[in-house]
Design a protein around this ligand. Structure first.
Ligand code: PEP
Length: 247
């Protein structure tokens, strides 16, 4: 059985003061977790949160994005080696907010996943359909297309990635996919990964989209849901810890 991963995506939230309170509360309550746990923090706070997480093994550090480039004239971008300098273990790539507001294409996302893998950071590759795509019956095609670009670029080390299925209509809206809806898409993704690798059973596929303390257990009980990517609920230590316990 895969060890599940619960990753918090703080998005553009936090402050030096609030981060310290949140991380200390998570560490105080986490005990010896039965799953992997990570917090994906805004880039300016990587150093602070790395310091707060130092000397413990329960909670790993994650970034919310990574440059596809290794270095150079790319103003505002943060490279994989810079993330590594702060002990970053995971990087979100292709979050729908970056696809939507920053025009990230499937190919750009695939190159970001490669940039992470090149420096030993695990990319958490986000895929998911919009509401209109779901209503048009295109969900499976959309997520397959998004994942295919990542497999095409990174097929030789595809077992090193984490996939996150995040239906866009469920992110930050309070509308969660039902466990059956989520499982159906996870099964589609799993079979695509199986076609790419004989070791696909070991690739974690997280669900994200309004997962919270009340609905996590049922979602995480689905056979192909190997963890969660948590936005809003990751900003409240008790909720985040309840989700981690459910995993
Ligand atoms: C996310 O941003 O990845 C996410 C899942 O957000 P929320 O849990 O708030 O829907």
């Amino acid at each position: 059985m895969i060890r599940k991963l619960i990753a918090g995506n703080w998005k553009m939230n936090g402050s030096l003061e609030a981060n310290e309170v949140l991380v200390r509360a998570i560490l105080a309550g986490v005990g010896t977790p039965g799953c992997d746990i990570a917090v994906c923090v805004p880039a300016p706070y990587l150093a602070q949160v790395a310091g707060l997480l130092k000397g413990q093994q329960s909670v790993a550090l994650g970034a919310q994005d990574i440059s596809r480039h290794a270095q150079g004239a790319y103003t505002g971008e943060v490279s994989g080696s810079m993330l590594r300098d702060f002990g970053t273990r995971y990087a979100l790539v292709g979050h729908s907010e970056r696809r939507q507001y920053h025009g990230e294409t499937d190919e750009a996302v695939a190159l970001k996943a490669k940039a992470a893998l090149d420096v030993g950071i695990t990319p958490i590759v986000c895929v998911g359909e919009t509401l209109s795509e779901r209503e048009a019956g295109q969900t499976d095609d959309v997520v397959r297309r998004q994942l295919a670009a990542v497999i095409h670029e990174n097929g030789h080390c595809i077992t090193e990635i984490v996939v996150a299925y995040e239906p866009v209509w469920a992110i930050g809206t309070g509308k969660t996919a039902t466990p059956a809806q989520a499982q159906q898409v996870h099964a589609v993704l799993r079979s695509q990964l199986h076609a790419a690798s004989t070791a696909a059973a070991g690739i974690r596929i997280l669900y994200g989209g309004s997962m919270n303390a009340a609905n996590a257990a049922e979602l995480l009980a689905q056979p192909d849901i190997d963890g969660g990517l948590i936005g809003g609920a990751s900003l409240k230590a008790p909720d985040f810890l309840t989700i981690a316990s459910a995993a």
